[in-house]
Design a protein around this ligand. Sequence first.
Ligand code: ZN
Length: 146
Amino acid sequence: MTELVKGKVTKSTIYFCPECGSASLTMRGTAFVEDGQSLAKFSCNVCNWSGGRQDVAAMDVSHEMGSDEEMVRTLITDLKNLLAQKTGVYFAHFLTKWGFLNGTNKSNNTLLLAKYLAVISRKIIEALLLERAEIEKKRINDERKS
Ligand SMILES: [Zn+2]
């Protein structure tokens, strides 16, 4: 996956909730510090904590995935390529069987199959990211109970 954006290093900061440790925080305003103060407000998507920049733990990270949006696009493209290579023929049979493709226009079917695989990949990644957030929420709630 990193080969797609090789050599491009992005530095970013990950913030953690002081209450539950989750990295699933929503930030409003800018995190940049000016005159020793940051006006950013954070709220936790897991435990509903909210507060300022001074309350959250921050970790600087470097990665070669571009921005967060680029990373998600790369993830979707990687899955789309995997599905096309490993299951493209089976998806084509499935989509033909259920009337999403018709057997008469092969080049049009190839374009449609590519579109369907792109949207399938995007929706799978969206579902995957939501599920991971739910799993993290549950893990943190379970840790609090014990
Ligand atoms: Zn939290």
